[in-house]
Design a protein around this ligand. Sequence first.
Ligand code: G6Q
Length: 549
Amino acid sequence: MTTPLTRTAAWQALSAHASSMGATQMKDLFAAQPERFQRFSRSAADILFDFSKNRINDKTLQLLLQLYEEADVAGAKNRMLAGEAINFTENRAVLHMALRAGGKRSYQFGGKEILPDVHQVLEQMARFVAAIHHGERRGFNGKKLTHFVNIGIGGSDLGPHMVCQALKPYAKEGCHVDFVSNVDSSHLVEILKNCRADETLFIVSSKTFTTQETMTNAHSARRWLVAALGSDAAVANHFVAVSTNAQGVAAFGIDTANMFEFWDWVGGRFSLWSAIGLPIALYLGMAQFRELLAGAEAMDEHFITTPAADNLPVILALLGIWYSAFFAARGYAILPYDQYLNRFSAYLQQAEMESNGKQTDYEGQTISDYPTAPIIWGEPGTNGQHAFYQMLHQGTQIIPIDFIATARSHNPLGDHHAILTANVLAQSEALMAGRSLSEAAEQLRQRGYSEDEISRLAPHRVMPGNRPSNTLFIPQLTPRTLGSLIALYEHKIFVQGVIWRINSFDQWGVELGKELAQVILPELQPGNANNPHDASTLGLIAYYRQLQR
Ligand code: G6Q
């Protein structure tokens, strides 16, 4: 059976072309085309994107671009920009680009300009951040508030958490930030051990203000604060909320004057640019937060205005589709060679897998003839090299990779940064070039091994090579370059979702587990009756109950 995507001329041509490319070795392509790096690299918004170490030639790129055209990604992009409800299963617009729009472009929702609202909340954040930093707004006992604890989960945690880690060199002196997300009490309790109540500001971040984990953590944090400071009145000084639900915020006991608003047209995993970024602004200062927005806006302008053939997010998206569709790639590694990006892969796991890990197409049909989102994972280099890179080099499947490198360190120290950079460049070269049997044998011969030992050992030292990777090189990790990098991936995800014909902006897959947890919760108490469950679930509930006695 074919579906609208696999019926396109481009898909069919790509499928035939992939068979002919199957035997092509990248190292031969490099040998035959000395200008391959120039031909297959682009740059925008301070990001150099080298995609020359891919199993592609000019024809591949041309066919992938044809696929982009046939899928009418440009049309979908225009509908997104026009504020249409492209999140059609939730009837919502997708306008996170408006959150970082300085004013060059107008964004409308429901016939109304939305930038004035966006800028008003940014101003409110700026006033609040300044008041905290200057000590005009203090804790209940008059102490300066210097420890910011964000309570949120998913989209209300991963983005701000990743950004605060990434931009630690820009932190305001004396400020600390922590993120509580997991409902496991150990998460909150361990963080509270390092907090002084009179200096701590809790930011309860929840679009809906109903999320079980966040509400449970927020209530426990509130009890801890009231017990420590001896008064309910302290909540007003030490709690603020970021939400779209003013009623829920008031019901929790936070004055809505201490609430930062955002809107239904901001999806959770695209919300770090909204007031959900408040912990970022508190930790780094508003000027740096605005730099982050400006970096994202630069990538937005590139994405919106640059022809597909030179468009970074478009090319990155098309290459991902090329490998998943025609080379059975089911994983995708994000490998940043910058320690500050140590939560970047975790962030992208949500961004990519919650957006595009779907099997139902625009027409409601189950997709059966092409894969959608791959499994995203990664760790910062060089740690990963001593862990899972073995599989990248010699495993039986192709795992495409994005290496992310920075040319300058925030902490220059001897030759550390040169060693780090040599490693990232060596990895992409080794994955591409590999090592043949005869090369492995020759190496052993040089080292004085006998011919018997060589024939026994050489096969284990063969690296097939021809393993694809992109390198995203940025001068330095700054608020601006990080903003551009994140926006690059957001747009990549959008392009892939349109080509795969799925709604990238809902997340129905996380609902069923949540509903069943509500059913099971009372059943964990001794004496409560069980609802009908399978034997496994009943057995596990009984085991838990028994251990509570
Ligand atoms: C993201 C998802 C999800 C969401 C969390 C938290 O796109 O919608 O990760 O962000 O479930 O939701 P609240 O912000 O409503 O608490």
